[in-house]
Design a protein around this ligand. Sequence first.
Ligand SMILES: Nc1nc(=O)c2c([nH]1)NC[C@@H]1CN(c3ccc(C(=O)N[C@@H](CCC(=O)O)C(=O)O)cc3)C=[N+]21
Length: 294
Amino acid sequence: MTATIIDGNQLAEQKRSEIKKRVDELRQRGIEPGLTVVLVGNDPASTSYVRGKEKACKAVGIRSEVLRLPKETSEEELLNHVRRCNEDPRVDGILVQLPLPDHINEQRVINSINPDKDVDGFHPISVGNLVIGNPGFLPCTPYGIMEMFRAYDISLSGRHAVVIGRSNIVGKPISLLMQREHATVTMCHSRTKHLKAFTKQADIVVAAVGRPRFVTADFVSPGSVVIDVGINRVESGKLVGDVDFEEVKEIASYITPVPKGVGPMTIAMLLHNTVWSAERKAGIATGSGNGVLT
Ligand SMILES: Nc1nc(=O)c2c([nH]1)NC[C@@H]1CN(c3ccc(C(=O)N[C@@H](CCC(=O)O)C(=O)O)cc3)C=[N+]21
């Protein structure tokens, strides 16, 4: 059996068209949603992601602005820029592109973002809301993955999900979200012993390790769902995930490709969060912004 490939590009396109309608409604009320992306330094990967975000904003009618700061920017200067955005009424969402240069304390910068504009969902207030199940911003990558499950009718209830990686931006939040949908979640990481023994008995594997083709066929059992969060640029210049796609697709029931899998959904959910922020400010937001229905 060969797996169904979850089409992140197509889903993201669908999301963008829904988002565009909401932007049009805001515009009819004289509101233009705005996103500010702060980019420190000129790392080529970061520069390219930021360009992707600008393009996506443009496609749906969100005003986007990129603050490009030199890599020597001090933490204090960066904090001042964030403060200015916090107060600027035209800015509904603030995204500080990570990673930041070593001389800047990332958490301090994240903590300084106005939680009402935290479209990345990285602020401790957003994290706390997620843990408790309160309305709030969800981090874009985990949110995008949950939307993929929904679109493909992949049920999580009672199923065993194994997450590889425990980062604040992917591993921890996706674990919480899958638990919220009644999965039994095991979190594995770099110190986990007998990793394969866990992934082998998983119904769902989420790979967020940052190692090219780390998850091979012998890690997964037949019929499992495999979500690949990795984006690794290998020597050839090719983009590969944390999963050995060619091998694993012969065993899994569903698999996300890289590229065109989780990446485009991450950007789509950033647009969603930005529009939700503007709607909430206008007092016309429906839903809780984070997929909590009850
Ligand atoms: N504050 C912050 N928020 C982020 O959301 C954030 C960040 N920092 N730092 C870096 C990571 C990475 N990230 C990606 C988003 C989309 C693609 C994406 O769309 N990738 C395309 C391919 C792009 C290409 O070809 O290079 C795909 O997978 O099909 C990739 C990577 C967001 N990040």
